[in-house]
Write a protein of this length. Sequence first.
Length: 461
Amino acid sequence: MEDKIQIAKNYINENKQKILNSFFEVLEIQSISSDPAYAQQLKICAQWISNYLLSIGIPNTKILNTQKHPVVFGESLIQGKDKPTILVYGHYDVQPPDPVDLWHTPPFTPTIKENKIYARGTSDMKGQMMVILSAIQAINATSELPVNIKFLIEGEEEIGSPSIKDFLQNNRELFTSDFVLNLDAGMISKTQPTIVLGLRGLAYFEITVTGPGHDLHSGLFGGIVFNPIQALSKILAGMINEKGVIQLPGFYDDVLPLSEEERGQFSKLGLDDTYYLDQTGASNIFGEEGYSCAERIGARPTLDVNGILGGYTGEGPMTVIPSKAMAKLSMRLVPNQTPEKVNQQLREYMEKHAPKEIKWELRQLASDPACMTDPKFYATQCFAETLETVWGKEPIYKREGGSIPIVTHFQEILGIESILSGFSLPEDNIHSPNERMDLDLFWKGINTVIHYLFNIAESCK
């Protein structure tokens, strides 16, 4: 086994430029799932991945349609029932590059600077996807896969995977596996391998406030109508108080308190205020009083305004009272909270606090519960042992603040656990201009997956 691992790693060292060329190709595809104008780009990206799977020795590969963007399926079951079947999860869609003027290089022109690749999707998660594909490529080029592999690579993760639940239910048998390998997470630092045990859920809303029937001249009509932007600003400002506590009625009723043991685990991470100030560039920390930053991110719910639209924002003055204003709002939820109940709590807040002079409409755009995974699961323990072998250091376990909707669906629909890890960093500017991936971690991640696939086949049953 060790000989096969080393030969596969040698293949990577000898073919780095070839692998980078493929990585660059997929990064150049503008697979933005949130904008219908890019629907064709998503199809092109799905086809690219399907072709790539075929090229690296995954014979049964096909593109499956969903209600929105296609899923790439592939499988190699050469090892039969004596070896585990691993479902590899990934997503090929990316966030919009806005604001484009803040990028130092074009967002869809991959550029290497200071041993990092800059482009939209490098870290989230085309780079993480290429880590797994490159490891499989190396193994198939030098020996054969020691396990059975299936792939589910979707194009909707960045918009909350709205089609994936029905898709999984309709294709349950196709994705039958022993567990999921999901590298859509990351490390807390370049030297500290990390395994994620929990993810927060996501409830995403759009609030539209309407005042007058059309835009008005602020000189002729100012002072007699409630400006929708001002009304919306007042509504939003009241949702969180000065102590960082969310003011929706009953919002914390279902939130499970942190035990002393859990708080001890968070404190062992060593992620103090200075760490987060360095990561964010903020001048001061703000959040729910009584909790550390790591606890707020991993185990406490949040409410954030993601965008506001209304009125005139162009060059020069335009004295207008807009007829409408809109805000996009996300809430990160913790175990025991449900998006459905949070929706009702938000509606109750709006009914109580929205001025009577305006009308409002609430739309829910994403609805995904939080999830927890089992640290004692055999495949997770094997991954931890592999990380320690490759990195020379035990991994740490943490609860992550982000959301990966499909993890819960894998648990509930397929009945399988996920290994959540990855090789991205907090400073990779995920969802922001100048997204990047550290090349040292990219190559080391490939070596980790090579080791893991052999380890799980032989020694971690």
